[in-house]
Design a protein. Structure first.
Length: 352
């Protein structure tokens, strides 16, 4: 799945964000990680956010909450909190079959670049991470979360309080042991193992009580979600769309844009500064690009074009065209169409 590799689901990102805020991480620190990961993006199940955003957020959570920070996310992830993936644990008749399907479709909730396998060895059922892509610094909270969420989901699927016979972590953060014993219900917890894994005894054949038709529908939906998901727009794209919306609504103020983005005007100004631009420049750029399209491809009078671009009157548009190109409206429009007629890819003489 090359399109979504390097990304994680908005459901998981939203859970991580909620956990961070609950742990006491300031919202401003989360917002500073990436401007494109905002509440509007996190509300869309078909969007994906960069996995690196999740890593940075986990760093903040762990630095704030300390040992057991990964378990905070597990506690916040009620059944259904990770969307359709939670229901895959009951989509087949037995636990082993269901877990295999859930692991095979792990991309609906996490980065598919992380490899997991399900192994049955006699009476033992093991869920193992075979390829970790996370930086070493965030392995402790992420592995705590991953293995504890697996435990909760298999318990929910079988209706039994299963206790693992072994839990293993690839990191060496042994000072987290006490928190993990309480969560997993066992002292058989190893650190510095080759892979993170959790093993159950006599659990693979346990029934999940699934409705076979409902299970098939859940699986199909998860597969569909994987094929239709797409990366969330980057900050530049989000900014451009915000300007378009501002022009449409007739409110091109920076305060109005900040409300659309659900951030403070000061935060918006800071992000624009980091991009080497300003709100005024961005509005001007979008207006210029739209003016080129309207003047080139339509016969709309200047007053109508001005209205579509959010200008108060035709005179303001005329001044803008003179500023961009050094031309009047008639020459500006003629040159745009002359450029089209000879098939030139040039910039039509417009000053940038």
């Amino acid at each position: 799945m090359p399109v979504i590799t390097g990304t994680t689901s908005t459901r998981l990102a939203g859970l991580i964000r909620t956990t961070a805020l609950t742990a006491g991480v300031p919202a401003t620190e989360l917002d500073a990680i990436s401007p494109s990961v905002n509440p509007a993006v996190l509300a869309d199940d078909q969007l994906r956010v960069p996995t690196e955003w999740a890593w940075r957020a986990w760093e903040l959570i762990d630095a704030t909450a300390g040992p057991g920070s990964g378990l905070l996310a597990t506690a916040a992830a009620g059944h259904g909190g990770l969307h359709v993936w939670d229901y895959l644990f009951t989509c087949a008749p037995t636990l082993a079959e269901s877990v295999r399907i859930a692991i095979g479709l792990r991309g609906v909730v996490t980065d598919p670049g992380v490899d997991w396998v399900v192994e049955e060895d006699g009476r033992l059922l093991t869920i193992r991470e075979t390829t970790a892509i996370e930086p070493d610094g965030v392995l402790p909270p992420i592995q705590e979360f991953m293995l504890s969420i697996m435990l909760r989901r298999v318990r929910e699927a079988t209706g039994q309080r299963l206790v693992p016979v072994r839990v293993a972590f690839s990191h060496n953060a042994t000072h987290r042991h006490r928190h993990l014993v309480d969560e997993f219900g066992t002292t058989r917890i190893d650190f510095g193992a080759p892979c993170a894994e959790i093993t159950f005894l006599d659990a693979g054949d346990l029934p999940t009580g699934t409705d076979p038709y409902l299970g098939a529908m859940v699986r199909k939906y998860a597969e569909l979600l994987l094929t239709t998901s797409r990366p969330a727009p980057d900050w530049r794209t989000t900014l451009h769309d915000t300007v378009i919306g501002a022009l449409h609504d007739g409110d091109t103020s920076l305060e109005g844009a900040a409300r659309r983005l659900k951030i403070s005007p000061r935060t918006l100004q800071r992000r624009l500064y980091e991009l080497g631009t300003s709100w005024r420049q961005e509005v001007e750029s979008v207006r210029r690009d739209n003016a080129i399209q309207l003047m080139r491809h339509t016969d709309l009078p200047v007053q109508s074009v001005a209205a579509r671009l959010g200008y108060t009157d035709a005179r303001t548009l005329r001044r803008a065209i003179r500023r961009w190109s050094g031309q009047g409206v008639t020459d500006f429009r003629r040159d745009l169409r002359d450029t089209d007629s000879i098939g030139s890819p040039g910039s039509s003489g417009i000053r940038r």
